[in-house]
Ligand binder design. Structure first.
Ligand SMILES: Cc1cc2nc3c(=O)[nH]c(=O)nc-3n(C[C@H](O)[C@H](O)[C@H](O)COP(=O)(O)OP(=O)(O)OC[C@H]3O[C@@H](n4cnc5c(N)ncnc54)[C@H](O)[C@@H]3O)c2cc1C
Ligand code: FES
Length: 262
């Protein structure tokens, strides 16, 4: 399977920072530095051999010092290998892919991130901040070791939560959302499926629009292999890579999602 050559890029790792407990921040200078929209992702080579064969999807965290930054959570073999890429290493990557977060908003936004989902919403929050849009960032994780990038997030004044109470509010970030949602904000979220399902329910109760960014196993990243297909609430198939990863939450059937391997 061949990627559209226009989307095929060469990158050089310019920096790598080990963060707490299995997270790595990787900066990659990409040949012609294409523009990207917040919420878009790239497919990254994770090995110099054909094993693993497939590139892996990662949200573009931001652009910094002429490079794209990616937050990598080590979850398996591919991410373990990628975390070992040292500065100076050349790599192959494709993208940016996906629709990204919608630009049109109501007057205010609430952005909810769970765990490594912070990577997908980070540049979106930066954009809201730059535009002067009223927003709140809610960021939750299981424990404080999974709340990453706190230095970078400082200007955006995140409200933090941990399931075990080790940092921020004790409880889930959806508890924080439920207690704090007022007015008619637009809600945006990325995180684990149970979190997204709860965010959808809360937004639905408050009759406010809600967009969720989904994850799925991906092979191509640009719509041809159908490996990332999910069913929406009308039973239609949708490709997470091409039709998403950001969907109107009302279109997403979390019951059907849960029944899938991803
Ligand atoms: C649009 C998109 C954006 C993403 N952005 C980021 C990001 O910014 N940072 C980050 O750390 N991760 C991100 N992910 C998840 C990341 O792609 C996977 O963690 C990675 O592909 C796992 O590769 P692996 O070889 O280490 O894992 P494998 O050895 O293949 O699997 C290890 C574990 O990870 C799970 N896994 C594998 N692929 C995915 C996947 N695509 N999504 C969720 N879980 C997966 C498997 O079920 C298994 O439990 C994103 C995924 C998508 C679809
Ligand atoms: S990953 Fe190939 S169609 Fe989505």
């Amino acid at each position: 399977m061949q990627a559209d050559p226009k989307l095929t890029r060469t990158g050089i790792v310019t920096a790598r920072e080990h963060m707490q407990k299995g997270y790595v921040l990787l900066a990659v200078s990409v040949d012609d530095r294409p523009a990207f929209k917040p919420g878009q992702f790239m497919m990254l080579q994770v090995s110099g051999t054909y094993d693993p064969l497939l590139l892996r999807p990662f949200s573009i965290l931001d652009e910094h010092d002429g490079a794209y930054r990616f937050l990598v959570k080590i979850t398996g073999r591919g991410t373990q290998l990628l975390a070992g890429f040292e500065p100076g290493r050349r790599m192959f990557l494709t993208g940016p892919f996906g629709n990204g977060f919608p630009a049109a908003l109501r007057s205010s936004a609430i952005v909810v991130a769970g765990g490594v989902g912070i990577a997908s919403v980070f540049s979106f929050v930066q954009q809201l901040h730059r535009k002067g849009t009223a927003y709140k960032l809610l960021y939750g994780a299981r424990t404080q070791d999974d709340l990453v990038l706190l230095d970078l997030l400082d200007p955006y004044r995140p409200v933090l939560s941990t399931d075990d109470g080790s940092l921020g509010h004790h409880g889930t970030i959806t508890d924080v959302l439920r207690a704090g949602i007022t007015g008619r904000p637009s809600v945006f979220a990325c995180g684990p499926l149970p979190m997204l399902a709860a965010v959808k329910d809360i937004a639905h109760e408050h009759r406010v629009p809600c967009s969720v960014s989904l994850e799925a196993r991906m092979a191509c990243g640009f719509g041809v292999c159908l490996g990332c297909t999910i069913f929406d609430t009308k039973g239609r198939t949708r490709r997470v890579c091409k039709d998403g990863p950001v969907f109107d939450a009302e279109e997403v059937s979390f019951e059907k999602q849960a029944a899938q391997p991803y």
